[in-house]
Design a protein around this ligand. Sequence first.
Ligand code: ADP
Length: 485
Amino acid sequence: MTARLLIVDDDTALLEALPRALELRMHGVQIETSDNAADALERIEQTDYDAVVTDIKMPGMDGLAVLREIKRLRPTTPTLLITGHGEHDLAVQALRGGAYDFVQKPIDRDYFVASLERAFELRRLERQVEAQRLALERHARVLEHVGDGIFVVDGDGLVQHWNPAAQAATGMSHDDVLGRPVTEVLPGWQQAGPLVPVATMPGPDGLPPGTLPFEPGGREIWLSISGVAFPDGVVYAFRNVTEERALDELKGEFVATISHELRTPLAAIYGSAQTLRRDDLELDEETSGRLLEVITTESERLTRIASEILLANSLDSGRLVLDSREVDVYALVGEVVEEMRAIFADRDGLRIDLPSANGQPAVVADPDRLRQVLINLIDNAVKYSPEGGRVAVEIEPLPHSVRVAIRDEGIGIPRGEQQRIFGKFYRVDPQLSRGVGGTGLGLYICRELVRRMQGRVWVASNEGEGSTFYVDLPLAESPVPASLV
Ligand code: ADP
């Protein structure tokens, strides 16, 4: 690598002789010369020399002033001063002013060359350090921007790095965790830490991450985490997979629920069909009629389950397009209540009440989907009123919307579950819901459909006393609130 040197002196003879002498003794040096301070400083401003040699005494601007300027322009460029014989004071001043070294006239060439070589070496090392510092900064910046949480645990088990993604995933800031034992930062580490796969080298042969529970700040989170060991400790990378895990668990439960939900009607259909096919049995018309009825209703139930699953799926993927038109909500509720009364006609002690009409305003909705929501809510109200009772449907006009309330006197919903029942696949513990079957998709579908109609659905309930589900729908004349668009 070539080193670039600038020699500044008003003595032109020296400016000719010195480069020649240096070129004979040094390899890889590119030498430029300048015979005055102003020109030299201009060049220094433009070129990052590896060293500058300047005479301490020059007309116009002396070497000490030149040194000051060089320090200002290029603080790290080593500057050697040439001093006259016996100018010790000046030399000392030069060193104090930040000169790298000084050489006295007459110049001892060997000393001069040795000093220059040291200056070049210093400069080279400084450049290397600077490049490494920049690379480190760049790496640190890259680390700050990776999506995965990254932290380093040193040999003493203390957390030594904690990137912003780790902060976002756990809610604990860099300052909260740095220098603290990992067992304290991530409670649960004592048990789970040893199970985290730690590779000896990064790369494709690394171990797949483990999914383990931790409890930072008292709440359980599941991390998909793996580590790579290095001489000073272990670098861990993780993703918070709590939600995915919860969803996976729900999916597992869903598969179990659905299999159970499918098996019951299938068994009934199969049993009825088998009985109808038997040659050795003389079935009277009434029995055959009942068996055929079972086959029909249970097939309908199967179809309902299948459509719920399909509908939930198309809601999730955003493929469902809803109609939006003026709907006479009172007439629609009336029709649904009539249908439900007919369906549940054989339920003893059950009454489905409807308010009397008094000129209710129209709402904006998709009539078929609204019908579906109401059927679902009334069906639930009946389903979760195992001891019978009254199911009342009320309609209340509000300034910007119409509220439909479906009130039951059934088992009610524990307070802690009232938000969650609208979640996908969510079912209250079967023991609490007295073993009533279902897919856990009904309310999820209701909430998603009503939301797409710019409305809102929620529940108020007291356990053991009953529940009221409310559906608010925007009035036909009123503009849709901007926040819902
Ligand atoms: P499914 O009824 O198919 O289980 P839903 O999404 O309709 O699914 O309801 C979710 C859960 O909410 C039910 O499992 C039940 O525990 C509870 N739930 C819904 N409606 C009522 C109600 N009217 N009274 C009591 N619990 C209810």
